[in-house]
Design a protein around this ligand. Structure first.
Ligand code: ATP
Ligand code: MG
Length: 734
């Protein structure tokens, strides 16, 4: 009994109520840092110890693999026992586990492979080309998101109604062909993992009954970000009778663009019988300056379920705002500050740099590297997304499954072995006509001599290489297989002969892959392979690589600054947080600025970002930024203006602190670059406010040309950005 009450130690009354609620449906609805995840972990412990549930009877769904690992570790610490067998994982990893176990019932080949969104895009591009579909009318990314969107809604091609619309009909046809290609190659994309496992359970009543019986309680973290399919999956699995505990925060729903439905929280209360709702209102994470600023920001959203959040903590330091001259200056400020903090005794791993778009990381990374600050990119597209790693993985995948067209195409001529695009085209056409995989068509073409001369020799050499790699690696340990493959395939040599640091980095990455494989077999990862060597381990490793793309954990214990997108920071906390690029068009992202719904989602993302910080928060923006190869003048984000001034302080160069941030955009008022109209034209500078007789007031963002023909880009309130010829525009400086 002692153990049982220990689970409730250090919890406030509302948390205790949630942890020890009788078995039944439970919804914990609460703001950031109020202990939702902690409650979930303690509830699992409670269910085991007080309610006597076996570890096998529990299923816990987290949002990232990292969160799953953390949950397992926290539970083991709480209970003092090993919990290898508890099903804790992301929707994807749990679905994957089901499909691996029941591959036959799921109508999948035993060695099916997971493809990530990058592979998916390649596949789509190839389809468009093969079927001569105009990729301007049907941009590959749009086709890809159409397919993913359908899957997230649980729709197979024949279930999508094109309503007689030719455009839609083409989309559906592409979806169908895409699906066929996947089926033929034994490829499963992320959406498919879930949809397939839902169908598996739905179509196999005995199996469904087995799992319904097995799971005595299902728990879900970050419930606000479940999509339609995940919700349906939970409903099916629990049969609405297995009790569920779900925790979430409607203000932190940030995956609407990927099909997540905040309504699922509201629906849960209505659809799941007898749901008890507990609200947590005390925040234990942040200082009151940070929390109150975050609360003030999120109040600008209209569609909220409404929650209160307070902290007993002290006010702490104000939020520092830094306006960089450009993105390099911004990065320099961040890295200088980080280094000062390290000197003050803060661990690097206690500090995180968050940003809206992945592309922002490059400048930050370069500055960190130049200054010798170790860092780690978490959850982004780092390690497993890199070209050389993907090439290596493609070879490995071919060893397991020759019919994996995407992988074959990726490496058939990498490193270059004289197989040109024309040859590949011949193979592709043939594969399409005879409805076989590329590997098969390659052999057919060799047999009936439709490939001749040098092309035939080169193709034969490639096929032999794959067979030889397969033979030579039989019986080797996983890391030895990988080592052998990257050497014998010529990949290492290929990059070694590349000039400059890039080639060197690629070689190092390939070597790192061998290290990662070693760590993997030693069980340092989420789901260690059951069989220690050979094919089974390789298969498990490849799945893990696809599922984990980017969150490679080999250096988890190294003291590194953490870099990540705001999206992947969800659920995490750090003593010191920097949010970079707090600028209009970047954050809120320009794609979301026109639609009120999307703008609210951006604001929630900002709320998520602010509430990651425990002690100290820095918000930075740059006045000039190079984006997509173009330099543009940036305005500070509206989110900065939505934060009450009393919590902010502006950082002047070299850490000097001056007046509080004003609500007026400070951008560029003192910029040197001037646009001299000459003659009677007004002399204007970038960042200056101007008036236009028709469009009203605006700010100058950009300028080009000289004299009469000089053009300026002005951002008008309500009218958007416009380029105007200075000689005609009648702009008056304000
Ligand atoms: P998010 O919405 O960001 O996911 P959350 O609601 O899941 O946040 P947790 O991560 O569980 O919040 O908790 C936030 C922090 O507060 C953690 O460091 C946690 O250990 C701490 N905490 C939670 N409850 C208590 C408590 N009763 N006493 C002391 N610390 C607590
Ligand atoms: Mg949490």
């Amino acid at each position: 009994m002692d153990d049982v009450t220990a689970i409730l130690d250090h919890m406030n009354p509302a948390q205790r109520e949630a942890v020890s609620a009788p078995q039944g449906n439970l919804l914990v609805l609460a703001g950031a840092g109020s202990g939702k995840t902690r409650v979930l972990v303690h509830r699992i412990a409670w269910l085991m110890q007080a309610e006597g549930l076996s570890p096998y009877a529990l299923l816990a769904v987290t949002f990232t693999n990292k969160a799953a690992r953390e949950m397992r570790t926290r539970l083991e610490a709480l209970l003092g026992i090993s919990l290898r067998n508890v099903w804790v994982g992301t929707f994807h990893s749990i679905a994957h586990r089901l499909l691996r176990t029941h591959w036959q019932d799921a109508r999948l080949p035993q060695h099916f492979q997971i493809i990530d969104s990058d592979d998916q895009l390649r596949l789509v591009k190839r389809l468009l080309k093969d079927h001569r579909v105009d990729d301007e009318r049907f941009p590959p990314r749009q086709v890809q998101s159409f397919i993913s969107g359908c899957k997230e809604e649980g729709l197979r091609p024949h279930q999508v109604d094109a309503h007689g619309d030719a455009y839609m009909a083409q989309m559906v046809e592409l979806y169908e062909r895409y699906q066929l290609t996947c089926e033929r190659g034994g490829l499963v994309d992320f959406g498919e993992l879930l949809l397939r496992s839902l169908e598996l359970l739905r179509d196999n009543p005995a199996l469904l009954a087995h799992y319904r019986e097995r799971f005595g309680h299902v728990l879900v973290d970050e419930f606000q970000d479940t999509n339609t399919l995940q919700y349906a999956w939970l409903k099916l699995l629990t049969g609405m009778s297995t009790p569920m505990t779900v925790v979430g925060d409607d203000d932190q729903s940030i995956y609407g663009w990927r099909g997540a439905r905040i309504e699922n929280i509201r629906r849960f209360e209505q659809e799941f019988p007898g749901t008890k709702t507990v609200r947590l209102e005390q925040n234990y994470r942040s200082t009151s300056a940070i929390l109150d600023a975050a609360n003030a920001l999120i109040r600008h959203n209209s569609e909220r379920m409404g929650k209160e959040l307070w902290t007993a903590g002290h006010r702490g330091e104000p939020i520092s705002v830094y306006a960089g001259f450009n993105d390099l200056d911004e990065a320099r400020f961040i890295v200088d500050t980080l280094r000062e903090k390290v000197e003050e005794g803060v661990n690097r791993r206690e500090m995180a740099i968050l940003y809206r778009s992945n592309a922002q990381s490059r400048v930050l990374e370069e500055t960190l590297i130049r200054q010798g600050v170790p860092y780690r990119i978490y959850g982004g597209q780092r390690f497993y997304e890199r070209l050389e790693i993907k090439n290596a993985l493609a070879y490995l995948r071919l060893l397991l499954n020759r019919d994996d067209d995407a992988s074959l195409e990726r490496v058939i001529n990498v490193p270059a072995r004289g197989i040109g695009t024309r040859t590949v085209e011949v193979l592709r056409t043939r594969a399409r006509q005879t409805e076989v995989s590329l590997w098969q068509s390659l052999h057919d073409a060799l047999l009936d001599a439709s490939l001749k001369g040098r092309a035939a020799t080169a193709v034969r050499a490639f096929a032999d290489l794959i067979e030889r790699l397969d033979n030579d690696t039989a019986g080797l340990a996983l890391h030895e297989i990988i080592d052998h493959v990257i050497t014998t395939s010529g990949l290492i040599e290929h990059h070694r002969s590349e000039k400059g640091e890039k080639g060197q980095a690629r070689v190092e990455n390939l070597e790192e892959l061998v290290t990662a494989a070693k760590a993997f077999t030693q069980g340092e990862s989420f789901e260690p392979p059951e069989a220690g060597e050979g094919g089974a381990a390789l298969e498990a490793f490849l799945s893990e690589a696809a599922l984990n793309a980017g969150d490679h954990e080999a250096d988890e214990f190294e003291d590194c600054v953490q870099l990540m997108t705001l999206h992947s920071a969800k659920g995490l906390e750090f003593p010191v947080v920097f949010i970079a690029g707090v600028e209009e068009g970047l954050f809120p992202h320009k794609m979301s600025m026109e639609e009120p719904g999307r703008l609210e989602e951006e604001r929630r993302l900002c709320y998520v970002g602010l509430t990651r910080a425990m002690r100290k928060l820095y918000l930075t923006h740059a006045e000039l930024r190079r984006l997509h190869g173009k330099e543009t003048f940036q305005r500070p984000s509206r989110f900065l203006r939505e934060l009450p001034e009393e919590y902010l302080e502006e950082v002047r160069l070299r850490g000097q602190i001056s007046r509080p941030v004003t609500t007026r955009p400070s951008a560029g008022l003192s910029r040197q670059t001037s646009v001299d109209g000459g003659g009677e034209l007004p002399s204007l500078s970038l960042g200056q406010r101007v008036n236009h007789p028709v469009f009203g007031e605006g700010v100058i963002l950009n300028a080009e040309g000289e004299g009469e023909r000089a053009r300026v880009q002005v951002s008008f309130e309500g009218e958007g950005d416009k380029w105007l010829v200075l000689g005609f525009a009648k702009l008056t400086p304000l």
